[in-house]
Design a protein around this ligand. Structure first.
Ligand SMILES: [Zn+2]
Length: 315
């Protein structure tokens, strides 16, 4: 049995994960505030709790894996910088290992989610990419069955590759990143903008009824009702995702790519046009050989816990 911990800005989720990579016990706590000591105690307490709920002592656990947002030195097990946590620098790996006597692995949260989705695939795949469309565009890359993290643990930030020169501003300080077009945040921006330009549209009405705010579903919902302005927003959005995905597939030639995050709940409305566009423009696809099969992610919110737990298996 393994323990996977998924640290977020508001909560920490933990799961006891069995040898078949299924979560057997799950629990969570609010993210501890202020001090590193609070964080350490919170994580260890939560790990003990899920182990106990599964009928085990912490010492009977194989290893603990921790996924954290921000920059992670996965070789040393240190969170070197995380801007949405109170404590930006956390040597979690060595410290939790010392206190529990267990091997402890630490990885970036998007990389952990990718690893979780990789292990959840039905077929045997060597190369794989997972993309999460949320507030930003998270991603993780598996090459020859191993998570690829680069020399410093920071690899796989596909959301911050460029889609448009001098384009929309990105949170990373650059302009025109894929994230600035393909994230749910970008979709909401474009939805609200289209509604303003088309005050008589269904889209505009829907947003007005929602207190002037769009969400990641609004454009898809209005498009389904036949609204032309919404349809343009959705078509463009899918095109932005597709163009970035083609960059990704041309770079890594993965057998499978999965798309997760809130927007992926659109299912076929998203994936069918996305596949068509990718198939049309991807470079080097061979007749009869599946390259870059694009799918909806399977595990969703649990991917981070499962992937973190598997850091020790995939090391
Ligand atoms: Zn960026």
């Amino acid at each position: 049995m393994y323990i996977g911990i998924d640290i977020g800005g508001t909560g920490i989720k933990a799961g006891l994960v069995d040898e078949n990579y299924n979560i057997v016990v799950k629990d969570s706590i609010p993210t501890p505030k202020e001090t590193y000591e609070n964080m350490l105690n919170g994580i260890i307490g939560l790990a003990e709790k899920v182990a106990f709920a599964g009928g085990l002592k912490l010492s009977e656990i194989e290893s603990i894996g921790i996924g954290c947002p921000g920059s992670v030195d996965d070789k040393k097990g240190i969170v070197t910088y995380s801007n949405n946590l109170d404590v930006p620098y956390m040597p979690l790996g060595p410290d939790i290992s010392e206190r529990t006597g267990l091997p402890v692995y630490v990885g970036n949260d998007a990389n952990c989610a990718a690893l979780g989705e990789f292990f959840a695939l039905d077929e045997d795949v060597e190369n794989f990419v997972a993309i999460t469309l949320g507030t930003g565009v998270g991603s993780g890359v598996v090459i020859n069955k191993k998570l690829y993290t680069g020399f410093n643990g920071a690899a796989g930030e596909l959301g911050h590759t460029l889609l448009a020169m001098n384009g929309e501003p990105c949170t990373c300080g650059r302009n025109g990143c894929w994230e600035a077009y393909a994230s749910a945040t970008a979709l909401i921006r474009d939805t609200e903008c289209a509604a303003k330009e088309n005050p008589d549209s269904v889209l505009s009405k829907m947003i007005a009824e929602n207190g002037g705010k769009a969400n990641g579903k609004t454009a898809f919902d209005a498009a389904e009702q036949g609204d032309a302005a919404a349809k343009t927003v959705v078509d463009n959005y899918i095109r932005y995702i597709a163009e970035g995905l083609i960059n990704v597939i041309n770079t890594f030639q993965p057998e499978v790519v999965v798309i997760g995050g809130g927007v992926s709940r659109q299912g076929d409305n998203l994936i069918i046009p996305l596949r068509e566009h990718v198939k049309k423009y991807v470079y080097g696809s061979l007749e009869g050989v599946p390259i870059g099969d694009v799918r909806i992610a399977k595990l969703g919110n649990d991917a981070g816990i499962v992937g973190a737990a598997l850091l020790g298996v995939n090391k």
